[in-house]
Design a protein around this ligand. Structure first.
Ligand code: C2E
Ligand code: CA
Ligand code: CA
Ligand code: CA
Length: 279
């Protein structure tokens, strides 16, 4: 029996134990997946709305489970964060993405930058700086080819710590992007203190931007705010030409979404880059 915060005695139900066991099993499997070769990165293009050029890619992790097939990040990143496995997983993502950037650079195919997602759990540990340094050193890629996507929630937790962590990352020369922008409450003053290259408007505002007036106002406000701070704006989850046209009219800089391409495995990304002739 365990005593919870309210002084009530609770007993583990068989159902709870089964769930805990399943979780533990998945955790063991995920640890194995990180050490083995079951993880892979897909890449989704980011397109400049004015020129139509592919200016960036975002790396998105997938887990090719030997029995369960392809598992999407939404189904294992939360577990990786709770268990701390997101730290070695994040190291793998960083190194793998940087090696791929190097390969595309060597082939004359690399777009301006490639972004990786960084979990708040990784950011709250000092280890991240070393991981980024290591990945840059090992691959020798120019730091500005790498972009880190940080969720807005990170900026809200411990502001002073977040500021120091971002300042250290900036000093390495990598680009910073704030993911899911608009869902949190990062203050203007805060964003002014550090150079943020990019804000990504959350998919929830983009989805019905052409029909929902209040979402359209939020998108307009984010674009104005971002531009006044010197950041570029990416709209994520753009699926229709109508959304793209609307966003272009609002002076949004870039779009990412199924309209241009779904996230693609490496070989298909390379073919995509060859087809568009990026340099
Ligand atoms: P996110 O960073 O906001 O990534 C965008 C998600 O939207 C991706 O889902 C992408 O496949 C999806 N998406 C792209 N275009 C469209 C579209 O037009 N319509 C719709 N409905 N969806 C679109 P995905 O790949 O399943 O990733 C989900 C989340 O998992 C990501 O959200 C990110 O928070 C997390 N994640 C993915 N890869 C990593 C990683 O390497 N490390 C960490 N820490 N988190 C990751
Ligand atoms: Ca980007
Ligand atoms: Ca992202
Ligand atoms: Ca998002």
């Amino acid at each position: 029996a365990k005593q919870d915060g309210r002084g009530i005695l609770r007993f583990f139900s068989p159902e709870l134990t089964a769930r805990a066991k399943a979780r533990l099993a998945l955790e063991v499997e995920l640890r194995h997946a990180i050490e083995g070769d079951e993880l892979l990165l897909y890449y989704q293009p980011q397109t400049d709305l004015a020129s139509g050029e592919t200016v960036g890619l975002e790396a998105l992790v997938r887990w090719r489970h030997p029995a369960r097939g392809m598992i999407q990040p939404g189904d294992f990143i939360p577990l990786a964060e709770e268990s701390g496995l997101v730290v070695p997983l994040g190291d793998w993502v960083l190194l793998t993405a940087c090696r791929q950037i190097k390969a595309w650079l060597d082939a004359g195919l690399a777009p301006c930058r490639t972004a990786v997602n960084v979990s708040t759990v990784q950011l709250s540990r000092d280890h991240l700086i070393e991981s980024v340094q290591h990945a840059l050193r090992e691959t020798g890629i120019p730091p500005e080819r790498l972009e880190l996507e940080i969720t807005e929630s990170f900026l809200m937790a411990d502001r002073e710590h977040a500021f120091r962590a971002l300042a250290e990352l900036r000093a390495l020369g990598v680009r910073l992007s704030i993911d899911d922008f608009g869902t949190g409450y990062s203050s203007l003053a805060y964003l002014q203190r550090i150079e943020i290259h990019e804000l990504k408007i959350d998919i929830s505002f983009v989805r019905d931007v052409t029909t929902n007036l209040s979402n359209a106002s939020i998108v307009k406000a984010i674009i104005a705010l971002g531009h006044s701070l010197g950041s570029q704006i990416v709209a994520e989850g753009v699926e229709t030409q109508a959304q793209a046209d609307y966003l272009r009219a609002l002076h949004c800089d870039m779009i990412q979404g199924y309209l241009v391409s779904r996230p693609l495995p490496v070989e298909e990304t390379t073919l995509f880059l060859k087809r568009i002739g990026a340099t």
